[in-house]
Design a protein around this ligand. Structure first.
Ligand SMILES: Cc1cc2nc3c(=O)[nH]c(=O)nc-3n(C[C@H](O)[C@H](O)[C@H](O)COP(=O)(O)OP(=O)(O)OC[C@H]3O[C@@H](n4cnc5c(N)ncnc54)[C@H](O)[C@@H]3O)c2cc1C
Length: 269
């Protein structure tokens, strides 16, 4: 009988595993792919968001701010690169200015530090290569960047060193609740066998609804979104420094331009 079984070895499963590995618990992480970080955690922008766009009062806003604040210490503990390069949301027309003001107010409510609305000349001073069409921008100095693979792998390696068992290449197919000594426990069925656990952490990413719906009467559906990336050569890495967003639309943050953590502004590794 395990104390905790975590389904999924993405950034969430791996960080929960690391956190729980600080306690005397028998823990397993089950991952259907042959390695860690093969789901959404392998294909994102690596931005540690400042937290100005998460809905004020929501859990997302609370954890965004707390996660952002903890990132310096976490990166130092895991010995991985993290840079607070800051982020800019650009605005190209007077009509869009209202969106910046809304984001600014939302960010202030969320507790984002040092937010500012910059006028064109201030934006151009920070980022000389931005088009002359820019008229203003929201600047969040606390925004950062990280390598998503390095983070996930470092979290999982630390958890593994602390005794967490990683079961890779096994797909969870079913979870069932049962009673043992008047307490609920779970049977976790995989394509290669089954095991029992007192607690399941459902960190299956965009498949988390499948497992949730197996044991809860409150059914949910996760609607996944995809993104596309153009990855530029290191030779142009100095063209921008900050993470550059456009004003958000109804479907999300829209197109963004960001650096990776792998080179400095001067192009050095
Ligand atoms: C285009 C894009 C850009 C993004 N950019 C950012 C960003 O810049 N900053 C940011 O903070 N967030 C960003 N995100 C969001 C972020 O990537 C996700 O929130 C995060 O990676 C989710 O991690 P996870 O561990 O929940 O999911 P995942 O990484 O998907 O992990 C879930 C794991 O569960 C495994 N699994 C699923 N089903 C089973 C099963 N039946 N049995 C066993 N294992 C199973 C999967 O194989 C996977 O490894 C972005 C997302 C997208 C799509």
């Amino acid at each position: 009988m395990y104390d905790v079984v975590i389904i999924g070895a993405g950034v969430i499963g791996s960080s929960v595993a690391r956190e729980l590995s600080k306690f005397k618990l028998k823990i397993a992480v089950i991952e259907k792919c042959s390695d860690l970080c093969e789901g959404t955690s392998k294909a994102n922008s690596g931005i540690v968001h400042a937290g100005f766009d998460a809905k004020a009062g929501s859990l997302k806003a609370k954890f965004n701010l707390e996660g952002n604040r903890l990132m310096d210490e976490l990166a130092s503990d895991l010995d991985i690169p993290f840079r607070r390069n800051g982020s800019l949301v650009l605005c190209f027309s007077e009509e869009e200015r209202g969106k910046l003001e809304k984001l600014y107010q939302n960010g202030i409510k969320n507790g984002v530090r040092d937010l500012q609305i910059l006028e064109k000349d201030e934006v151009k001073k920070l980022e000389p290569n931005i088009t002359d069409e820019v008229i203003a921008a929201l600047f969040a100095p606390t925004g950062g960047i990280i390598c998503p693979f390095t983070l996930t792998i470092a979290l999982a390696e630390n958890a593994s060193s602390n005794g967490v068992e990683f079961i890779l290449g096994q797909e969870v197919t079913k979870i069932e609740k049962f009673l043992i000594e008047n307490k609920y426990a779970y049977r976790v069925q995989t394509n290669k066998g089954s095991l029992e656990t007192r607690i399941i952490v459902n960190a299956a990413g965009v498949y988390a609804d499948v497992f949730h719906n197996m044991v809860s009467s409150n059914k949910i559906i996760i609607t996944a979104r995809k993104g596309e990336y153009c990855l530029f050569d290191k030779s142009v890495s100095g063209i921008i420094d900050k993470t550059i967003f456009q004003a958000p639309g109804v479907l999300g943050k829209g197109i963004l331009v960001t650096r990776t953590v792998h080179t400095g502004r001067d192009g050095r590794d």
